[in-house]
Every structure is written in C-alpha cells, then in structure tokens.
Write a protein that binds this ligand. Sequence first.
Ligand code: PHE
Length: 449
Amino acid sequence: MVVFLFYSPAMQNNTPSRDTFSGKFGIIAAAAGSAIGLGNIWRFPYVLGENGGGAFLLVYLLFVIMIGVPVMISELLIGRKAQLNVFGAFKKLAPGKPWYLIGVMGVGAAFLILAFYAVVAGWTLQYVYFSVTNALDGNTPAQMIQVFEGVQATKGWSVFWTLLFMIGTAYIVSSGIEKGIEKYTKILMPLLVLIILILDVRAVTLDGAMEGLNFLFNPDFSKLNSDVILEALGQAFFSLSIGMGVIVTYGSYIKKNESLGSTALSVSLADTLIAVLAGVAIFPAAFAFGMAPNQGPGLVFITLPNIFNQMTGGYIFGLLFFMLLSIAALTSSISLLEVVVAYFTEELKLRRKQATWIAAGIMSLLAILCAFSDSTFGAFDYISSNILLPVGGFLVVVFVGWIMEKNSPRLEIEADGRKARYYKGFQFVIKFLAPIAIALVFLNGLGWI
Ligand code: PHE
C-alpha cells in the first residue's frame, strides 16, 4: 500500500518537490504501505509451503532481523541524506562513480515485479467478483482448486482483470493522488489485519488445524538446502520492499527529527507479523481441508475460500478480505510504478503523465506475457526476488559501510538528536555480516560456490 508523492500533484515541470511526511504515523504507514501487500499474504505462504515450512520460517525471520532491518536503515539514511530519488541520491553521494546503477537495476526490478504482481492482483480482483456473486459458496475443496485452475486457464479474463489493475495503478500515479489514497489505507490496512485475525481464530479451531500449525512452526531442518535459503532471502527482500530504491525514496521524505532505526524496525515488524498471521490462517486450513501446502501460487486462493464457507458471515468476510487485499496490492504497485516514473521524469526528462503511461504500457505487455506463460511468470518472480533485490541490497550496505564518508551514516542516523546506541552493531552488520551473508547465500543458491 502507499505512500506519498514523489512530486506535488500539480507539478508539470521536472523539478522534484521535497514533500515530507507529516509525522511518525505517516512515515510508518507509508513505508509499511509499500511493504505490506501480496508479498505477505500471497507470496509468503506459497513460498514457505513449497520450501518445507517451519525451517524456512526460521531462516526467513533471521534474514529479516539480521539483513532486512539493516538494509532498510541504510536505504532510509541514503535517501534522507541525499534528499533525492534513488538515482539522484547515488549520483549526489558518489559523484562520478557508477553507484547510480543500483537505481537502474531497481527500475529493471520494478518492471519485472509489477509484471507478475499485476497478474496476481488480477486474480485477487476476480475473487472480489466471485465473492460479490457468491460464486464460491458451497464449493468442496476440490472444486476450489478447479476454480483457481479455471482462473489461470481463462487467459482472456486474466488479461482483462490484470489490465484493469494496471490502469488503476497508472491512473493514481499519473494524477499524483497517492496522498489521498494513503488517508484511506491508514484505516483500511488495520481492518485487513483485523479480518486476518478473525480468519486465524476460525482456521485454528478447524478439525485438523494442528497439523498446519506444526507445518508452519515446527522446523524440520532436513528441509533446508541452499535453494530454500536463497528463497528465504529473496522473500525477505521482496516483502520488505528493499533492494530496489523504494525505501531510498521514502527516506528522502522523512524529516530530520524522526528516528530511522525505529521506523525500519516498526515497518519490518508490522510486515513480518502480517505474513505470519496470514500463514496461521492458511496452513491450518490447507491441512484441515486436505490440501497440499505446496500448491504453488494458487495457495491463498484455494485455501481461504474454504474457511469463508465454514464461518458465520463468511460472505461478508470473504468479500472484505479480497477487497482489502486488492487495495493492499494497489498501494504496493503504486510504489513500484513510482520508482520507474521518478526515473523517467528526472533522468529521461519525460513529463509525468507521459512517463506513467509509457511505463504502465510496457509493464502491461510484460504482464500479459506472464498471464499467458507460467514459466515467464516464474522467471520474472525468481530473477527479481532472488537476484536483483539481493544484489541491490548487497550494494546498498557496501555503499553505506565502505564508500560513504566515514562519519556520515552515523550523523544522518543521529540527526534526530538521539544517540543511536545500536550504531556499533549496525556498522559491524553492514560492513561485514550482511554483505558476506548475502554473497554466500546468493552464490550458494545459484550453485556457484
Ligand atoms: N513488498 C511488496 C509486497 O509485499 C512488494 C514490493 C516489492 C513492493 C518490492 C515494492 C518493491 O507486496
């Protein structure tokens, strides 16, 4: 979800305006807005389900804390120090050096991510439609699987809903009304959490729910291998929206008197909590209804409607759930498109409207490819999450740890006037631990070492 403006709404020239967040809740709501989306509720459970469950969760949590939070602090401080978008920021902080290529990579990642993200968001919209028409009522678990397979197989409708979603995203970005959306998301996202909590209660009280909780929380370390570990790293980056410049740009809008450390911590906590809560609804349901946890990308769509069928008020909960999930997806997709638009307007000097529709047009073509070809879908997902984002994150921590002037990260972090007592630990992590860990996991996962 979203967010703030990269430009003021009325902006017609190419000078970025430096809006700032109004206060603590605004910043966290905005950054959490980008972070919380399909990554938590659709991608996290399905990737965890395919990678053996509990052991994946542990490694994932470890990566969020040891790598995710430090990378997020690093991105925030780069943005706030430079007061610029991701390209401008690296150009300004390392003049004449090629570090701005991190930004170019981030733009590439945004294209790939939004391409498959829009397809999944399209499925979500279709499930809103099914909920409105009560089409899933009374379906058996086997029929739920058939419905999802039908959704995937009916290309025409997939493309229709995907394009509808892209148009909505582009419309909001082109007219610069993210700030209006943010007002609503502050109410709507807590509502989404509330509904997930209610689903959790229903899911864990189903017969056979224990098996699902076991799968999620009981680590079976024999399931760990280099692929699983790389998937966990990729999921951490994807879910936190790090490694591609979204957070750098957020950082540029944060006032000097705000604490970057606690912002990064709160956003990461909220993001992780929602992913785990989604897991607590999905796995007990999957096991209770006799569905395999490694169903792949359809997991959330085939498990949750079974719960709605088994609860009082299921019609309204199902409808609200899919509507709110669509909005969470929309606000994340806006932040993705915005990265590209910022690049097109500032670096290629396009006008905002032009930039938005050109970017959205190319993304729509890529999205159609994803809707038609599962292997393209899978490849875009894999390349962005498991390659581009970790490489981006690696470069970011190396930049802050080794390239920036010695004291400047600390000065930026402590610009709020409070001493960052964690600074020594942070410095150790970004200089050594995080880059070494990312490099090892990455090279090992790709089979290079
Ligand atoms: N973090 C978002 C989600 O979980 C997806 C995203 C990834 C958004 C990268 C921006 C950048 O849905």
